[in-house]
Design a protein around this ligand. Structure first.
Ligand SMILES: C[S@@+](CC[C@H](N)C(=O)[O-])C[C@H]1O[C@@H](n2cnc3c(N)ncnc32)[C@H](O)[C@@H]1O
Ligand code: SF4
Length: 453
């Protein structure tokens, strides 16, 4: 087991570093993007990429859920009608046709990820139809990776068989926490027995790489309750786990205000929970990858982390071998040829835009040379925990001076022309990246973030 430094050292640093900050799934982060980026910008970027013949990664967003979990930070909408989903698929088809027309070709694709919301809110026929929408329009490579997020409370063996037959090999279940009291406090009842059963069903259906999502920092969580959740999750032997710090941002996600703030663990208590997760999972043989992912030693994600080829984007950490990500479905984000483009997040407005025959882009960001270099540097630090100072170009001296206080605190070393995150610094990885961020001071005043630890 790796020693991640004395708890006391990190706990003392919490007071200084546990503050709002971006999660760097993009740079610049999405809440800074501008609304003067629109459909025409994405159209042109897609045309360029279509002509280049470079392979794509694809993301599809399915916003539907049976019930809203109180903590949810995703773009999710509650509905009870199958007809709404059928209409959504009609509109998704329209959007895909617009994307393919802009690409001007049946472009090569190496990855498809379905997220949400809850993709398995769709019934078997809808799942098969949605998969065909993508299969028919893109030239997937033989080893393309298809992955899907599912809610274990809704999943059925027949959905799993349908998804497997459609080509999905990787599956992720939202678990969050298995303690009954915590589940009541977050509005997500979910028996451990149900999770165990659906994990077994996923394996029986032939899914290879299973991921479970857990969260720390939830209301009423204690080290004792969370230890039980971690032990149960480990006992299910998923190949991967993501352990997200709960982002409590009720000013952005108003339903989160229904969580009693007095029941939330404070900064030091959150840290104890997070530390517990890292210790238990690494003791059980999982490797800690980047910020918040864990995987068994022979998992492709671990090999990518250790081989320096791990990537980070809106889906979190990925082995994604494509430089362009095309997002489809309401709220989906694209990252194409140096352009970020955010899809309309409101379902009705997204539908109207697509039916009017326009790519439904509402905002975005075109990266200049400096931002491209900074993005590459921040992503590399998030994925490899090390960075040659030369990667920062002309700005190396400024960044170095911003990193000196972090080096003095033992979070990074700055020897031999390399910025290296120490084992202690891993707890504060977002803060280290913030030192490379040129836009942060301006943004701090505008937008409060979730806490960094
Ligand atoms: C789209 S959901 C997963 C699939 C399915 N909807 C479910 O909940 O089972 C994506 C994941 O984001 C994480 N998540 C949601 N809201 C969050 C928040 N406020 N802070 C941190 N992580 C969050 C949860 O771990 C959740 O499993
Ligand atoms: S956590 Fe998952 S199931 Fe719960 S509301 Fe969010 S997207 Fe839906």
């Amino acid at each position: 087991m790796v020693d991640y430094g004395p708890t006391a050292d990190a706990a003392a640093l919490l007071a200084r570093y546990d503050r709002p900050g971006p999660r760097y799934t993009s740079y610049p982060p999405a809440n800074l993007w501008r609304d003067d980026i629109g459909a025409a910008d994405l159209q042109r970027a897609l045309q360029r990429v279509g002509r280049s013949g470079e392979p794509l990664a694809l993301y599809a967003h399915f916003p539907f859920c049976a019930r809203k979990c109180l903590y949810c930070g995703c773009n999710a909408t509650v509905t009870r009608q199958a007809r709404v989903v059928d209409e959504y698929l009609d509109d998704l088809e329209r959007e895909l046709d617009l994307v393919v027309a802009a690409l001007g070709t049946r472009a090569p694709a190496v990855q498809l990820h379905w997220g949400g919301g809850t993709p398995n809110f769709l019934d078997d026929a809808q799942l098969a139809r949605a998969a065909a929408l993508y299969r028919d329009r893109f030239a997937f490579t033989a080893d393309a990776e298809w992955s899907v997020e599912c809610d274990p409370r809704l999943v059925t063996p027949s959905q799993l068989t349908t998804l497997r037959a459609a080509g999905f090999r990787r599956l992720s279940y939202g678990v969050q926490d298995l303690d009954g009291d915590v589940q009541v406090a977050i509005g997500r009842p979910q028996d451990e027995a149900l999770v165990r059963r659906t994990v077994a069903e996923a394996r029986a259906a032939g899914f290879e790489g299973l991921n479970l999502d857990l969260m720390y920092g939830l209301p009423l969580q204690t080290p004792e309750t969370f230890a039980r959740t971690l032990d149960a999750a480990i006992d299910m032997r998923p190949e991967r786990l993501a352990v997200f710090g709960y982002a409590h941002v009720p000013w952005l996600k108003v339903h989160q205000a229904r969580i009693d703030a007095a029941t939330l663990p404070d900064g030091p208590a959150r840290f104890v929970l997070w530390r517990l997760a890292v210790e238990r999972l690494t003791a059980a043989g999982y490797r800690w990858l980047g910020l918040d992912h864990f995987a068994v030693a022979d998992d492709p994600l671990t090999r990518a982390f250790e081989g320096g080829t791990l990537h980070r984007n809106f889906m979190g950490y990925t082995t994604m071998p494509a430089s362009h990500l095309v997002g489809t479905g309401c709220s989906a984000i694209s990252d194409v040829d140096g352009l970020y483009a955010q899809g309309e997040p409101k379902l009705g407005a997204w539908r109207t835009r697509v039916r009017d025959g326009a790519l439904p882009v509402v905002r975005g960001w075109r990266l200049g040379d400096d931002e491209r270099a900074r993005r590459a540097a921040i992503m590399r630090l998030m994925c490899e925990l090390a960075l040659p100072v030369t990667a920062l170009g002309d700005d190396a001296d400024t960044v170095r001076s911003r990193l000196v206080p972090l080096a003095d605190d033992g979070l990074v070393t700055l020897d031999e022309g390399t910025i290296r995150v120490t084992t202690l610094g891993r707890w504060f990885l977002r803060n280290v990246c913030m030192a490379l961020d040129a836009l942060l001071p301006a943004r701090d005043a505008v937008q409060p973030w979730s806490r960094t630890v």
